[in-house]
Design a protein around this ligand. Structure first.
Ligand code: SAM
Length: 241
């Protein structure tokens, strides 16, 4: 069955956007995944087609109404009952590659994009939405976060990436390491050379060098990931040094 994404948004014209290009765009045209952008405003019932109102308790900004968002969610869930339902919000759990792998392995996703101050909490609870954040930053809307999540999922779908750009050796893989650095021609550029071992043609030595650089990058740049990597290995009977 085709992996399917429904995006609930006030800006359906933002889709497919960059997802219509390159790897994701080709996969979309090849039918390896399907994308539907649902206009939340189409579910408004009053004469002004309002989707938001002022916050109870006062304060700045507007809040997206639960009744309108619920009607949009209802339509998306009816079309895709087994999909994971996600509200993109800076208050959510941080998106990571483990969650991306999980989502890509499922039947698809329903993504709710907020605007203004966000969505009335009651509809998030009533529809049991998972709250997911694209990072510790505040965007003006959930659409860019949805595009980020979909881009990461789609490249993992079967047949989307060729062997040439396979995901077997890359950052945030099952081992939780960052990737080693890359080099291409020319072998010397602006007086900078390429590490000798990469020119040696000795595959085992190249693999050893790459592993060491991957470990070094993770340890120095992301001590949080390095600690997790060590714990994982310790759990599998590895050593903690
Ligand atoms: N008032 C909210 C807060 O302080 O947490 C921020 C609202 S933001 C201006 C509007 C919408 O953008 C949110 O409802 C959410 O859908 C989306 N958004 C903003 N930052 C995001 C992030 N880091 N990850 C995912 N979605 C985000």
């Amino acid at each position: 069955m085709t992996w399917r994404a429904s995006v609930l948004t006030l800006f359906p014209e933002m889709f497919p956007g960059p997802l219509g290009l390159s790897l994701a765009g080709k996969a979309l045209r090849d039918g390896r995944w399907a994308l539907e952008a649902l206009d939340i405003r189409g579910f408004a019932t009053d004469r002004h087609r309002s989707v938001d109102d002022t916050p109870f308790g006062g304060g700045a900004g507007m809040v997206m109404r639960p009744d309108v968002v619920d009607a949009a969610l209802g339509a998306a869930i009816a079309a895709q009952p087994a999909a994971r339902r996600i509200y993109l919000t800076p208050r959510g759990r941080l998106l990571d590659q483990a969650l991306v792998r999980e989502l890509a392995a499922g039947p698809g996703v329903i993504l709710l994009c907020g605007r203004y101050e966000g969505v009335d909490q009651r509809v998030i609870e009533a529809r049991e939405l998972e709250e997911v954040s694209a990072g510790d930053v505040v965007l003006s809307g959930g659409e860019v976060a949805a595009i980020l999540l979909l881009d990461a999922c789609v490249r993992l779908l079967p047949g989307v990436m060729g062997a040439a750009d396979s995901a077997t050796e890359e950052s945030h893989g099952p081992e939780g390491l960052l990737e080693y650095p890359h080099y291409t021609r020319p072998a010397e550029w602006q007086g900078r050379t390429v590490p000798e071992v990469l020119l040696s043609g000795h595959h085992a030595e190249v693999a050893k060098w790459r592993r060491a650089r991957a470990e070094e990058a993770t340890r120095t740049r992301r001590p949080d990931l390095w600690a997790k990597h060590l714990n994982r290995n310790a759990g599998e009977g590895g050593r903690l040094d």
